[in-house]
Write a protein that binds this ligand. Structure first.
Ligand code: FCB
Length: 498
């Protein structure tokens, strides 16, 4: 398995747990209330024939980006350095030694970018706040000029009828916290994160009604602290690794408490996790039950402990002496109730039923399995059905957002200047069809944020893997809508797969 492939197919500890697992879609929610879309009136502009493809009325369509991937302006207005500045400036760490120094220059072009969103018709924008803009050292004195950028952005979004959905941590940890505490290896970082979360919440929630604490525990810890492929480039193992994972979920939980304490009324809080989605190799009751067990175990260190307030027996048993050290108070904080759960979904992990512990077995992708140019991104649309369904069934979550979904493509402008990304359109159409299957069964998915609004800095892959609905010419910063932008505009207008 190449390192790139391993980016999302982390060898998470897998195991069994007794779990009721009958296949019964009606158990997932009130299908009467959400109804089958075949019997519902259609959303704006729905054409005849769309009924079998329609999403629930009021479904939120959005796009997503993240601070270090789009903003640039890394030294402006008092921003401190992040671990991604350090990492990307270390030769050999990113493809072509790319950095986020300029990226999409969104810091200066955000007004233009809001117009791109408006032209798509999105009603939500998921962006992240760069912690080192707000606290250049991670803790200590705040830098109000840094937060001002987000004030300007939020005002511009609202003036254009787009709701802001803010993520507090999308991987750009202040370098100073890495230097002083080993980043997430240190409990001090969890605490500093909560303080930062409270500070931002007090200043933005008069206008920002949805806050995500952390983006993808299962990526920044595994890829950054375990595989060394992302910042800070560490290769931890054993207890040190498990303790680092624990500090990440603890930081989330402490932040939830700080957000609750500081938020204006009406603020909702959640997270955005790239859960490992176990998809049954095919849909027999036994394989479906195995997939539910597998999803719970493969997410034991992250979403499962957050939802259940305890680590699974199988995880603790497998970790043995390397199990993280924690207190009951930690678990209580980690499992602070959430208003919604965001899940980032790109690809499934296939499993089948097995008689022996842990009650399921992984079924690896053969080399010929279709994938996007990003080698980890196996095309498995059913992930967008099983992901939310598992979250609803396993933990009774009532409000789910798909906080990221999309694909890279080898986009090249044609002679007429347009990018005909039919592969992305096909990917999106088949994934959205599976998502629609979930909503039609009553799985409470409230919205979908497509990754990404525009091409951007794709971490260690630099600028090579483009995920945008808009093509970005990095020499001129010109944005050009791709065919997929036209597709998404139609989806949104009809509130249906097209
Ligand atoms: C997700 C990240 C996001 C982007 C997409 C392609 O894991 O959250 O920043 O890199 O993958």
């Amino acid at each position: 398995m190449s390192k790139k492939v391993s980016r999302r197919t982390f060898a998470k500890v897998a195991g069994a747990a007794a779990l009721a697992s009958a296949v019964n879609p009606s158990a997932l929610g009130d299908t009467g209330a959400h109804g089958s879309s075949t019997t519902r009136p259609q959303g704006n502009g729905a054409a005849q024939g769309d009924s079998l493809r329609a999403f629930p009325p009021g479904f939120l369509w959005g796009t997503a980006t993240a601070s270090y991937q789009v903003e640039g302006a890394v030294k402006e207005d008092g921003r401190g350095p992040s671990i991604w500045d350090t990492f990307s400036h270390t030769p050999g760490k990113t493809v072509n030694n790319a950095t986020g120094d300029v990226a999409d220059d969104h810091y200066h072009r955000y007004k233009e970018d809001v117009q791109l969103m408006k032209s798509l018709g999105v009603k939500g924008y998921r962006f992240s706040i760069a912690w080192p803009r707000v606290f250049p050292n991670g803790d200590g004195p705040a830098n109000p000029k840094g937060l001002d950028f987000y004030n300007r952005l939020v005002d511009e979004l609202l003036a254009n009828g787009i709701q802001p959905y803010a993520t507090l941590y999308h991987w750009d940890l202040p370098q100073s916290l890495q230097d002083r505490f080993g980043g997430w290896e240190g409990r001090e970082t969890s605490k500093a994160f909560a303080d930062y979360a409270g500070y931002v919440t007090a200043r933005l929630t008069d206008r920002v009604k949805h806050i995500f604490t952390i983006n993808e525990f299962g990526a920044f810890i595994e890829v950054g602290y375990r595989w060394g492929i992302h910042a800070p480039g560490l290769k931890l193992t054993g207890l040190r690794l498990n303790q680092t994972r624990h500090h990440a979920v603890l930081g989330h939980g402490l932040a939830v408490q700080a957000i609750r304490a500081a938020a204006k009324p009406g603020t909702k809080v959640g997270l955005a996790e790239n859960i490992t989605v176990a998809a049954p190799v095919f849909e027999t009751p036994a394989h479906v039950a195995a997939a539910e067990r597998a999803t719970r175990e493969m997410n034991a260190q992250y979403l499962t402990v957050i939802q259940e307030g305890k680590y699974t027996d199988w995880y603790l048993k497998s970790a043995g002496a390397d199990a993280p050290k924690f207190t009951d108070a930690d678990l209580k904080a980690i499992s602070s109730p959430l208003d919604f759960v965001g899940i980032n979904i790109y690809t499934p992990q296939f499993v089948r039923a097995a008689d022996t512990e842990p009650g399921f077995a992984h079924v690896p992708h053969p080399p010929s399995f279709p994938h996007a140019p990003s080698p980890w991104l196996f095309v498995g649309p059913e992930a967008l059905y099983w992901g939310p369904r598992h979250v609803s069934k396993l933990w009774g979550v009532k409000e789910i957002y798909i906080t990221e979904n999309g694909c890279s493509s080898s986009d090249v402008p044609a002679q007429d200047g347009k990018v005909y990304d039919t592969d992305r359109v096909t990917y999106l159409r088949s994934y959205l069809t599976q998502l629609r299957r979930a909503t039609a069964e009553g799985v409470p998915v409230r919205g979908y944020f497509l990754w990404s609004l525009m091409d951007n800095f794709e971490w260690a892959d630099g600028y090579t893997n483009r995920f945008g609905l808009h093509y970005v010419d990095y020499d001129t910063q010109k944005r050009t809508p791709k065919l997929s932008a036209d597709f998404y505009r139609e989806v949104i207008a009809r509130n249906a797969v097209v």
